[in-house]
Design a binder for this molecule. Structure first.
Ligand SMILES: Cc1ncc(COP(=O)(O)O)c(C=O)c1O
Length: 409
């Protein structure tokens, strides 16, 4: 894989593609949902005004819908490095996780166990807790170190047993950015005979993704976090999906992956998802460059995004070091460019202060409720500063200036 040249990352040209940026806000709210490029919005709009029907092969309108679904599965397969036949679309990662948890739990016995982590977003905790309770299975909690925000293999090994049926784990924390050693944890889980469900919602937006290398049996993500529209994705090996029996309507197909997709798919959002993957694949080589497959180009682009965002993160961290009264909770050795800042109980005030200056950096627990509590931040959390491919140095200057003003006030 060629290493991306940081000089080829043209953030000014990139920003031109995001109509929302014209409003003039500095967006550090990407972990909650990214801004959308013109190409994604156009794909959504084009789909809605084209002749469109339910999937089928007889009318052009049916064939259009069918093509959109195939294209979107292929795009996600390229983004994640997964089998196109195992890509499932749904309303959100949360909805897909509740569905798959219920389906998997139907195969569990009362003395079976499921492992969740205190680091995860609640969408990769509660569905498993609820599903386990419904069949009398036991939930075991892997704790992370609140001092370092690290979750290690040992933390998970401590709660694994021969009865573990599933380990639910995030590839990156949406609260503090921690990137746990997913592969090492997955290897332990597999050795114990458990499946591994990886929440890739935050991670997919910030790094090249190789689902197989992560050791994930099932991997979930949400296009609206990576420049796409509001829907969710679950991917799994088709052979594994074939063994599962989700609740479904009698007339709907039993084929995989359609078996897992309840009701009519949002074709316009799927078209937008394809456009988002195409856009990501073009970030470093917007005009096709040296060519290569979309998978190859998306990996190069995401490596460039990762390097670029890490550079901005280093700038922010260096700037914060000069400001009084700020506690930085995002301190794992390996992490995404997502900072969590404590401001001595004034986080909500800072959120509003920054917003008045056009700097969007919200405060909260961001549904990583267990993690927020474990960090001693209760249910209210702290101020989150998240990066995205379109954030630039000017945004960082505005953030640091506004935080400087706030902390000196
Ligand atoms: C890490 C993480 N997991 C899961 C979710 C839930 O995703 P969705 O909104 O698609 O249900 C989020 C949303 O913020 C998230 O950041």
């Amino acid at each position: 894989m060629p290493h991306p040249d940081p000089a080829s990352y043209d953030v000014a040209a990139l920003r031109e593609r995001f109509p929302a940026l014209k409003a003039g806000f500095a967006h550090f709210d990407g972990p909650g949902g990214s801004q959308v490029p013109d190409a994604v919005a156009d794909a959504v709009a084009r789909t809605l005004v084209a002749p469109l029907a339910n999937r089928g092969t007889v009318t052009e309108a049916e064939r259009t819908a069918d093509g959109i679904v195939h294209d979107a599965r292929a795009a996600v397969a390229d983004l994640l490095g997964v089998d196109v036949g195992g890509v499932v679309f749904g309303r959100s990662m949360t909805a897909l996780t509740f569905d798959i948890a219920r389906t998997l739990a139907a195969t569990w016995a009362p003395d079976d166990e499921v492992v969740v982590t205190r680091l995860d977003h609640d969408a990769n905790i509660r569905p498993w807790v609820v599903a386990a309770a419904a069949v009398g299975a036991t939930v075991r909690w892997a704790e992370f170190d609140p001092g370092s925000s690290e979750l290690t293999e040992d933390d998970v090994a401590a709660v694994l047993s021969p009865r573990t049926r599933l380990v639910a784990l995030t590839a990156a924390s949406n609260l503090v950015g921690t990137r746990p050693p997913v592969r090492a944890i997955a290897d332990l889980a597999h050795a114990a005979g458990a499946l591994v469900y990886v929440d890739g919602v935050h991670y997919t937006a910030h790094a090249p993704v190789h689902v197989e290398a992560l050791g994930a049996d099932l991997y979930a993500c949400s296009p609206y976090k990576f420049l796409g529209p509001h829907c969710g994705v679950l991917s799994g090996d088709p052979a594994l999906l074939e063994t599962l029996r989700p609740a479904k309507l009698a007339p709907s197909t039993n084929a995989v992956p359609e078996r897992f997709e309840l009701g009519t798919l949002p074709y316009e959002l799927l078209a937008g998802t394809t456009a988002a993957v195409d856009f990501l694949a073009g970030i470093v080589e917007p005009h096709g460059g040296t060519g290569g497959s979309r998978r190859e180009r998306v990996l190069v682009s995401m490596a460039a995004v990762e390097a670029y965002e890490d550079g901005l993160r280093a700038r922010i961290e260096a700037g914060l070091a000069h400001l009084p009264g700020i506690t930085v909770y995002s301190r794992a050795a390996h992490r995404t460019p997502t900072l969590l800042l404590g401001l001595g109980g004034r986080e909500q005030e800072a959120y509003a202060f920054l917003a008045e200056r056009g700097v969007n950096a919200p405060a909260g627990s961001f549904y990583a409720l267990e993690a927020s509590r474990r960090l001693g931040l209760g249910d209210t959390g702290a101020l989150r500063v998240g990066l995205a491919p379109y954030v630039d140095d000017g945004d960082v200057d505005r953030l640091l200036a506004a935080l400087g003003e706030f902390t000196s006030a």
